[in-house]
Design a protein around this ligand. Structure first.
Ligand code: SF4
Ligand code: SF4
Length: 298
């Protein structure tokens, strides 16, 4: 038995914790486990990936590399489906399963899924209802655990406590997270997870030393250019009430993306690039900024 689970999310979604919740749950069931994340640039909202490998045979976990051929994929933000860099469904095993956090049903997702099973659910909505904020780590971790079909609720509950207490979550907030985990665990059914195919072996290429001015990398990749619209990263959309606004410009200064502009004594937000961090909402001294969930915004 071998499960290769790959988690895709954005910085701040708790993708690493979700992969740890799955790994710790499986460990508590007596399986052998590896889990680890990779981060890109340190930037809230940027795509993040984490991996969990589970087996009953330790010899099947000798490979310590990234997972290119998952049999289980968890996508914590539907907008990642159209992100050419994240490309969350790439390499997924034929007959494998992908869970997508979305308010849409499968037919409204613009994805080709002839050879894989797609499961959808609104973890963001459940998180808002049970925890009062967006905590995707617990919900996505719980869903991943149930989809494996090998892990009992008791092990998941222990894992949620262990992983969340480690990052300082306790008391009432922990109890709310456990309730969210239970709800998500009961939301889905065990999924087909055919064994991952063997990964191809990579050749090791030896590079000759060259002087730094000749070998410092240049960034050519599309994901790192200003043509990448970070507006698709938003879970919440900020709205400015110009009647309440005193034109103090604090939101203009604090916005980390520089997308609020004062034009003719009015504020203009570049929603193509506003990533929804809500720093502007937190910093506005007169509470002239509110927000709505992106899925409900006009
Ligand atoms: S939510 Fe506010 S602070 Fe954050 S990127 Fe958008 S406009 Fe800027
Ligand atoms: S921080 Fe608030 S009051 Fe100041 S300019 Fe921005 S919206 Fe207006």
């Amino acid at each position: 038995m071998l499960i290769y689970a790959r988690f895709h999310g954005r910085g701040g979604h708790g993708v690493k914790t979700a992969s740890r919740i799955l790994g710790t749950s499986a460990h508590l069931e007596g399986f052998h486990v590896q889990d680890f994340p990779i981060y890109g640039a340190e930037r809230r909202g940027a795509p993040v990936t984490a991996f969990t490998k589970i087996s009953d045979d330790p010899l099947k976990l000798l490979d310590r590399g990234y997972i290119f051929n998952p049999n289980l994929v968890l996508v914590s933000d539907e907008s990642l489906l159209s992100d050419p860099i994240a490309n969350p469904l790439s390499g997924i095993q034929t007959g494998g399963t992908a869970f997508i956090n979305t308010t849409k049903n499968i037919d409204h997702l613009q994805i080709k899924h002839d050879n894989i099973n797609i499961v959808v659910g609104d973890v963001t909505g459940l998180s808002l209802r049970y925890v009062g904020r967006v905590v995707l780590s617990t919900g996505i971790g719980a869903i991943a655990t149930k989809l494996t079909g090998m892990i009992r609720w008791n092990s998941l509950e222990e894992a949620v406590k262990e992983e969340l207490q480690e990052i300082g979550i306790k008391g009432e907030l922990l109890e709310k997270n456990i309730l969210l985990a239970k709800t998500c665990f009961e939301l889905v059914y065990p999924a087909p997870l055919p064994p991952p195919s063997q990964q191809k072996k990579y050749k090791i290429v030896e590079l000759n030393w060259t002087h730094p001015p000749y070998n410092i990398p240049e960034i050519w990749n599309i994901g790192n250019t200003k043509i990448r619209k970070t507006g698709s990263w938003r879970v919440f959309k900020p709205l400015i009430n110009l009647e309440k606004c005193t034109r103090c410009s604090l939101c203009v200064i604090y916005c980390p993306e520089g997308v609020i502009e004062m034009v003719d004594n009015s504020l203009v937000v570049d929603y193509d690039n506003c990533k929804g961090c809500l720093i502007c909402f937190n910093e506005c001294p007169v509470k002239a900024i509110s927000y709505v969930r992106e899925a409900e915004a006009v």
